[in-house]
Write a protein that binds this ligand. Structure first.
Ligand SMILES: [Zn+2]
Length: 322
């Protein structure tokens, strides 16, 4: 494997006096990569975002949010993250967008989500037999997303990135406090740096002459809002699952429109056209979209418990308010 990362060029910003220099350099670029780390960010809003890496194609800036506090966002980083003219490469932006909004009051925009780009790039097929059937029957459209590590291994193939990530893997996976402990080791700083660098390589390798750029922008705009528009996040299997949510990526074509949606799934609480649900579910008001139905089915088979209908996912669809 060729080494495509000649240097691990980063600046660790944990002093307010260094913030203006870092932001000035970031502001000279219109394409950035953004990656967040934190403490127990995975499933609950009570988790803590402790680091945010914002990278240009030549240098990563790792902002120590734990040390700098909210002022780093108020002093300019927030404006960059909210500036839609600055395109931000991210991978599965949903959780980071949720945390940035509900903890730092930053409404992330301008995202190009590479988890979605990978899905578009790989052109996963839907069974032909399903094409004309009712939405609720087209279960082949429920498809798995690929994870970040898998995409790095498949599309980035950079030995420096893989080696740095491998070196920290046990620590990162085994210690929930790893991104909250200070001082942060050089290895962990490099880990943040390579994760951001990998986004640029991933983007370059997944682009197909930029022809799907508009679709990616629209899809990422919907994706970024998926979690943060919920007023609360509990242990929602309908929220945290490895499937692509329905009606996120528009069909290829001129209009990029989504079908009119006014019927709510009681799992993920997203709105869908009525034919997303079997007729019996429409009658008894126990409506689960195809993704939630799949998650529910897998969970029930694995644990013999129907968590979702026990009322443990309580979400209300709402737009974020500033
Ligand atoms: Zn649903």
């Amino acid at each position: 494997m060729a080494c495509k990362t000649p240097e691990l060029n980063y600046m660790f910003v944990d002093n307010t006096t260094d913030v203006p220099e870092a932001l000035a350099e970031i502001n000279r670029h219109s394409l950035l990569a953004v990656h967040c780390k934190g403490f127990k960010l995975g499933s609950r809003r009570s988790g803590e975002l402790t680091l945010i890496t914002v990278a240009t194609q030549t240098k990563s800036f790792i902002f120590d949010v734990l040390t700098l506090g909210q002022c780093v966002f108020d002093d300019g980083l927030g404006a960059i993250l909210e500036d839609k003219t600055k395109e931000k490469l991210m991978f599965n932006c949903r959780r980071d967008a949720d945390n940035l909004f509900h903890q730092q009051k930053v409404q992330l925009t301008g995202v190009l989500d590479l988890q979605l780009l990978e899905f578009m790039f790989s052109k996963r097929e839907v069974p032909k037999s399903e094409e004309k059937s009712r939405r609720s029957s087209r279960t082949g459209e429920v498809q798995l997303l690929k994870g970040f590590r898998q995409c790095i291994e498949m599309y980035v193939k950079d030995e420096v990135i893989i080696e740095v990530r491998l070196r920290c893997q046990r620590q990162v996976l085994g210690d929930s406090h790893v991104w909250k402990t200070r001082p942060l080791s050089e290895n962990l700083k490099k880990y943040c740096c390579v994760d951001a660098s990998a986004l640029f390589t991933l983007y370059i390798n997944l682009q197909q002459d930029g022809k799907d750029h508009s679709r990616l922008v629209i899809a990422s705009d919907r994706y970024v809002d998926t979690f943060r528009c919920l007023p609360d996040i509990t242990q929602g299997l309908c929220v945290f699952n490895p499937f692509l949510p329905l009606d996120i990526i528009p069909e290829a074509g001129d209009s990029f429109e989504f079908p009119e949606a006014s019927t709510k799934c009681i799992g993920c609480l997203r709105l869908f056209p009525a034919d997303e649900f079997p007729k019996a579910q429409l009658r008894n008001k126990q409506r689960f979209c195809r993704v939630c139905a799949e998650v529910k089915s897998i969970f029930s088979k694995a644990f013999g418990i129907d968590l979702i209908t026990q009322g443990k996912t309580r979400f209300v669809q709402a737009k974020p308010r500033r």
